[in-house]
Structure formats: structure tokens, C-alpha cells
Ligand binder design. Sequence first.
Ligand code: ACO
Length: 158
Amino acid sequence: MNIRLAKAEDVVGMQQANLVNLPENYHIRLWIYHIITWPQLSYVAEDPKGRIIGYVLAKIDEESEDKTADIHGHINSISVMRSYRRLGLAKKLMLLSQDAMASIYKAKYVSLHVRETNKAALGLYRDTLGFKVADTEKEYYADGENAYMMRFNFENES
Ligand code: ACO
């Protein structure tokens, strides 16, 4: 399996993987916006035929009104097609994106939201990558489930 930076022409394949793997889906414009605005942060995994079998979509968070707040990255979405799971692809996708956040954008930390019941993703973030739960956001998801807001500091990384 090959992992490489995502390009604008990958957005259809990324969106299809997202539709299959997650209930949180986004308009195609958002996928393109992310890849054009932060071209070093989103990656895809492809099979030997070039089909997209995993992706990470990420950004630098610019929503904070507090201009003194630390610049930070945010993982919007990550998924890997079922038959390619537990091969280390998500870990690689995350680390590539995190490395670019820290080295290119000088981000101080990376954040993300995850469902409280998402055991696989929690295993990836907490146990493998060292994220910590920073907060719980009640009824964050459309179906009423709570989200953990998780965070990983880059202070020792760059
Ligand atoms: N149960 C427990 N721990 C798991 C599981 C699982 N099913 N899957 C992965 N992990 C943990 C393990 O610690 C694993 O290390 P190990 O295999 O050495 O034990 C580690 O994560 C790394 O696993 P990867 O192989 O890199 O993960 P994978 O490529 O299988 O992808 C993912 C993990 C993305 C969570 C996948 O299961 C998936 O696509 N799930 C559906 C979509 C999803 O939930 N995405 C995350 C939503 S939150 C967000 O997008 C910000």
C-alpha cells in the first residue's frame, strides 16, 4: 500500500471512503478547500491499482477569536476501508499529517473529536499516538452522542 499527499483529484475517492466508513460526511467543496488551503496536511493510502483505501483530512485551526491562542492543527476526518484495517495505515496517515503540522505550520498541538464509543479510534489516538482527552462535548454528534475532544502536544516533537 502506498501513502502519499492528497491532491485535488483525490477528493472523490476520499469522499467515497468517508461515506462508507463514517456517518459524518461533508460537501465536496470542503474536501477541496482543505486540500487547497493546507496542501501538506491531508494524505491518502492507495491500493496497488491506485484506488483510495484510506485518508486523513486535516487543517490548521483558524476559528479561535483569541489571537494569542496557540496555533494548532485539527484532524477533521480519518478512515481506512474495512479490509485494510489493522495494518498500521491510520497510524502512518496520522503521523505524516502531525509531522507536517509541527514542522511546516509550527503548530503547538493537534486536536480532534471522536465518539465516546469509537473503540478502534480511541485505541489509535490514545494508546498508539498518545493523545489525551481534553474535554467532553455533550451531544456533539447529530444523533446525540457525546464527543471526546482529544489533544496531542508537539512540544517535544519539533
Ligand atoms: N480496536 C482497538 N484498537 C484498535 C482498533 C480496534 N478495532 N483498530 C486500531 N486500533 C488501535 C491499535 O492500538 C492499533 O495498533 P495495533 O494494531 O498495533 O494494536 C492502532 O490503533 C493503529 O492501528 P491502525 O492499523 O493504524 O488503524 P487502522 O488503519 O485499522 O485504522 C481507524 C483505524 C481509522 C479508526 C479505522 O478503524 C476506521 O476507519 N474506522 C472507521 C472510521 C473511524 O472511526 N474514523 C475515526 C473517526 S474520528 C475522526 O475522524 C477525527
